[in-house]
Design a protein around this ligand. Structure first.
Ligand code: NAD
Length: 480
């Protein structure tokens, strides 16, 4: 079986423990490779390598850093299909989704920050003729990046690219559930000539590798994407150590459909925002609120359109919904369907696992599920499920839908469907979320601030926000 290796000090190495965890293909339920079961010893080795590399990397002219990162980005582009297939097998997502969306986005992440640093200028503040302030922005040092399993290479590169581009050295930990493409990236880093120690990738379990990273005395900034509970644990450990923290956490996003929307577009895009990547995107709109006058019409069209979401082998071209990423998550999602029934939910579509034939007999497949008749404040409507499950709820007024939309502890993203521009702006301003999409979903400009309010996170990624996070600002004041 293929062994995934850690990437430390420019080399692919075994974990100190020499122990491995089975890496499961969720579409077959079978182990197909081995992920290092690393621990604090490997994190320490990675830290030492990063620390040793920092002087040269941080002092390298930014155009040289940019050149190396652009080379890495070009290798991702070259290997796009190979990486997409690996991502599909590792995570369960349809191959075409990784091929057309996520792996190209991983390339763009690196390209974007590699070129951004070429254009970056820090601020000056003149005090008339008296004095001049200028801001130096210097890399922090060795930083930690921890990423989840839902969009593995996409979210991994979204963190490491700004960290590296701004001159930091990185110790990174991908999810143990989907380690394959980060491993393949480490091979590309070697090929691209990334100096040794600049990026180190330590694979393994969160409570071992992740917590060793977070509690490491000398790693002074942590960029984390994952669940809210894990984010709280990281903050608990890191806050008293005064680490810089960026936390991108869970969501329970509202998708608001007003009666004056472009109906066909709203239905089609709502199917996409509900079930893309098996609903395992933090930005999926899992609570659909529909203005009462079009509730029945929308419900019928939405159910009809959702029936086209074929569940199947992730590698097949016609598969729209692949496998749930892990057995544990599969069981969690199914338990929420049971909960919804107990809470009085009426299942309009799906509501069960899907048993496929052949090599997929033991895979983790769940049918796209649509539920109505639930109170907005019940657990099904308040807790993050992170699977192909959505609820439909009617509303009568803007005030009511805003109250329901804002009723959860989360505040990541919101979709609004209306052709009335005034209403769109009004609702966008009042909804408590870090991202609002009007008449679209997941339309991304990498320059924009990305992140959530309330328990969806702390801080923002993207564009200058990421560059600011990964640098320390120092004001220098000169008296004239
Ligand atoms: P998770 O919190 O279980 O794990 C995320 C990462 O943290 C993994 O690499 C894991 O090994 C590591 N980890 C676990 N325990 C740790 C600890 N004690 N210390 C340090 N690291 C630890 O999340 P997940 O199940 O992998 O991902 C799904 C979650 O991620 C969902 O809640 C989803 O909403 C969220 N998410 C958020 C965004 C966003 O941008 N806001 C994007 C994608 C996913």
């Amino acid at each position: 079986m293929q062994k995934i290796l850690n990437y430390i000090n420019g080399e692919l190495v075994e974990p100190s423990s020499k122990q491995y965890i089975d890496n499961i293909n969720p579409a077959t339920g079978a182990a197909y490779s081995l992920c290092p079961d690393s621990d604090e010893r490997d994190v320490e080795l990675a830290y030492q390598a990063a620390e040793a590399a920092f002087e040269n990397w941080s002092n390298m002219p930014s155009d040289n850093r940019s050149k190396i990162l652009l080379k890495l980005a070009s290798f991702i582009e070259r290997d796009n299909d190979k990486l997409a297939k690996a991502e599909s097998i590792d995570q369960g997502k349809p191959f075409w989704l990784a091929q057309k969306g996520e792996i190209p986005r991983a390339q763009q992440n690196i390209h974007f920050f590699a070129t951004a640093i070429e254009h970056y200028a820090s601020e000056t503040h003149s005090m008339g003729g008296h004095a001049l302030n200028y801001t130096l922005r210097t890399p922090i040092g060795v930083v930690g990046c921890i990423s989840p399993w839902n969009l593995p290479l996409y979210l991994f590169t979204w963190k490491i690219a700004p960290a590296l581009a701004t001159g930091n050295c990185v110790v990174a930990k991908p999810s143990e559930i989907t380690p394959m493409t980060a491993f393949m990236l480490s091979e590309l880093c070697i090929e691209a000539g990334l100096p040794k120690g600049v990026l180190n990738i330590v694979h393994g379990l969160g409570p071992k590798v992740g917590s060793a990273l977070v509690s490491h005395e000398k790693i002074t900034a942590i960029s984390f994407t994952g669940g809210t509970k894990t984010g709280a644990e990281i903050a608990r450990v890191a806050a008293p150590m005064f680490k810089k923290l960026s936390l991108e956490l869970g969501g329970k996003n509202p998708n608001i459909i007003f009666a004056d929307c472009d109906f066909d577009k709203a239905v089609k895009e709502s199917v996409r925002s509900s079930f893309t990547n098996q609903g395992e995107i933090c930005l999926c709109g899992s609570r659909i609120f529909i203005e009462r006058s079009i509730y029945d019409k929308f419900k019928a069209a939405f159910v009809e359109e959702s029936k086209k979401m074929k569940v199947g082998n992730p590698l097949a071209d016609d598969t729209k919904v692949g496998a749930i990423a892990s057995k544990m998550h599969f069981e969690k999602v199914l338990s929420y369907i049971d909960l919804a029934k107990q809470e009085g939910g009426n299942i309009l579509l799906g509501g069960h696992e899907v048993n496929l034939d052949g090599e997929n007999t033991n895979g983790y497949f769940i049918a796209p599920t649509i539920i109505e008749n639930l109170a907005y404040h019940c657990r099904t409507n308040q807790e993050e499920i992170f699977g192909p499950i959505v609820t439909l709820t009617p509303f009568d007024s803007e005030e009511e839908v805003l109250m329901m939309a804002n009723s959860t502890v989360y505040g990541l993203a919101c979709n609004i469907w209306t052709e009335n521009l005034n209403k769109a702006h009004r609702v966008a301003a009042k909804v408590k979320s870090g991202i609002v999409w009007i008449n679209c979903w997941l339309l991304r400009d990498l320059r924009t601030p990305f992140g959530g309010m309330k328990q969806s996170g702390v801080g923002r990624e993207g564009g200058w926000e990421a560059i600011r996070f990964f640098t320390e600002a120092k004001n220098v004041c000169i008296k004239m």
